[in-house]
Ligand binder design. Sequence first.
Ligand code: ZN
Length: 113
Amino acid sequence: MHELPITQKIVKIADDHCRENGGSRVLKVNMVIGDYSGYVGEAIQTYFGIIAEGTLCEGASLEFVKIEPQLRCSSCGKLFKKQLLSFECPYCGGQGQQSEVGKEFYIDTIEIE
Ligand SMILES: [Zn+2]
């Protein structure tokens, strides 16, 4: 349910961006969402359609680029995808630790006309 306030924010940002740049409407909002961001893209998509009504975002599409979480090896420093039940680094066998990759949540670009 916490997608509702964040979607209101996204619509507001895109709406403001459009106004400030002299656009007449927002065509598309491109977002980056990590699997560990805590937000569900589908829920944002649903809210977006409702909240955008009557704003410059009405009719705009929302696109997501999803980022898979990656671990960082504490020995060699390489990033790798976590295997089920294993934190082992595929390069050196060291221990992987949670990295920032996969926690992304931001608006990449806003297309207006
Ligand atoms: Zn390693």
